[in-house]
Design a protein around this ligand. Structure first.
Ligand code: MV4
Length: 450
């Protein structure tokens, strides 16, 4: 078991990881930029070390400073959280070179997960359902046109190494495809260091459903639960729920089996998520792998009662799944959990970032409420990092109870001094289609942005 873990992150996820370390009796070391010296994770960790100036490129993304900090503090492992270095294969490699256990999947798995068209090719070879398309890099315009003709318009061009919706273009006809092809390639090269681009049939208004996987070093793989992550705006997820509503148990069972098979094909190891798009007829397609813990892991924790971060740490230290928990294979999800990402953004004003001083705050409580946050009265949210300041996670025996509890919790929640997405969530909770669970990836633009 580890003695001391360096947490290479900030904000709510750093706090979340420190909490897991404490419960496991592991010492925690916080790293921070000079902009974060008063941040909650710095106070909660057993030790702290400054790793650079405010810009992430000079601090939380500064591989040399982070590895040096871990060595200086005599840590035996590094937890990267999500974002920053969490899916950086070079970083994972440098950790092992320095005898620091990277808490995440092996370097090769991270590398493959980052190469989306390669991952899709492998899944196709193994009969995992994928979206009809090129199943790999498209070399030139001629090839692009012939694939599009075969699968039919509209199609979508995607950068193999892209992410977060960047490097994607929808093309409705041959002209749009020809116009977009070179732009996508050159943007991919400049943004992601490779011009690899693939084509897929464009699925109208899909749902985004993902499977949480946990896998140990001994090829034991378990599907822990399913999440609905369709409620997003400009590729930023806003609300997630577990388990998904309005989808047959049969389809969920099939998706889960595919995710477990996919994980085993690529020798997945550690915590991971397999993402699927699901169309209105419940056809489902593998799209990508998230080789990290995700923001929304909490909804799965709420319906399973598991502590996924503790599991992740134990798996990394070499424990077998059945050593950790004998009942994990038969794990069941109970009730419904909904997560609201509270962002420091003005949802009334095009969601522009709203950093600054929290003059005061009051947090909701009572049955079924969990709040993962790092804010406190008089804390100043720095402008340098993402705008997520809290995750409000609600549990109910069923979706109706989860929704009424969510309304109550959002009414209790007060953050004074900055704008947040709380008012927007109050509106969503009054939306008829949301209440009926009629949601898909274009829900927000259809219902709220005219
Ligand atoms: C798609 C798609 C429709 N058809 N692929 C967006 C991010 C990336 N992970 C995949 N994405 C999509 N891929 C095909 N062939 C629609 C989306 C998409 C989306 C997916 C998941 C969650 C939100 C989304 C919002 C818009 C578009």
């Amino acid at each position: 078991m580890f003695k001391r873990i360096l947490i290479a992150n900030r904000g709510e996820i750093a706090v979340r990881i420190i909490r897991a370390c404490k419960e496991l009796g592991i010492e925690s070391v916080a790293v921070y930029s000079t902009a974060d010296k008063d941040s909650m994770h710095v106070f909660l960790a057993d030790q702290k070390i400054c790793i650079g100036p405010p810009p992430a490129s000079k601090s939380y993304l500064n591989i040399n400073n982070i590895i040096s900090a871990a060595l200086l503090k005599k840590c035996d492992a590094i937890h990267p959280g999500y974002g920053f270095l969490a899916e950086n294969a070079e970083f994972a490699m440098l950790c092992s070179k320095n005898n620091l256990k990277f808490i995440g999947p092996p370097e090769e798995v991270i590398r493959l997960s980052g190469n989306k068209s390669k991952a899709i090719e492998i899944m196709k070879q193994n009969k995992i359902p994928i979206i009809p398309g090129s199943n790999g890099n498209v070399k030139n315009e001629k090839e692009a046109l012939s694939i599009a003709k075969r699968i039919g318009f509209p199609v979508i061009l995607k950068s193999s190494f892209g992410g977060g919706g960047k490097g994607m273009r929808i093309c409705n006809n041959p002209k749009e495809l020809l116009d977009s092809f070179h732009i996508t390639k050159s943007e991919s090269l400049s943004s992601f260091g490779s011009d690899h681009t693939y084509i897929e049939k464009y699925i109208q208004k899909p749902r985004h459903i993902e499977i949480q996987i946990i896998a140990d070093n001994y090829s034991n793989i378990i599907g822990i639960g399913e999440r609905e992550c369709s409620i997003q705006r400009r590729h930023q997820k806003l609300i997630e729920e577990a388990p998904p509503e309005n989808i047959s148990l049969k389809t969920i069972k099939q998706i889960k089996e595919c995710a477990i098979k996919a994980a085993s094909i690529i020798h997945y190891n550690n915590l991971g998520t397999f993402e699927f798009l699901v169309d209105s007829n419940e056809n489902f397609y593998f799209i990508e792998i998230n080789a990290r813990v995700q923001v929304e892991h909490t909804v799965t924790e709420m319906v399973t009662g598991l502590d996924l971060i503790k599991h992740q740490i134990l798996l990394s230290s070499g424990e077998k799944i059945n050593q950790i928990d004998n009942n994990l294979t038969g794990i069941k999800q109970k009730g419904k959990a909904i997560e609201f990402r509270i962002n420091a953004e003005d949802s009334e004003n095009n969601f522009i970032p709203s950093p600054g001083k929290i003059n005061n705050c009051f947090f909701p409580g009572g049955p079924g409420i969990r709040l993962d946050t790092f804010i406190y009265p008089n804390y100043i949210i720095p402008p340098y990092y993402d705008s997520l300041i809290a995750k409000l996670i609600i549990w109910g025996n069923n979706r109706t109870e989860a929704i009424s509890r969510s309304k109550r919790a959002l009414q209790e929640f007060h953050i004074d001094g900055i704008k947040t997405t709380i008012p927007f969530y109050k509106k969503i909770l009054e939306n008829k289609n949301f209440i009926q669970g009629k949601i898909h990836t274009h829900f927000i633009e259809e219902e709220f942005e005219f």
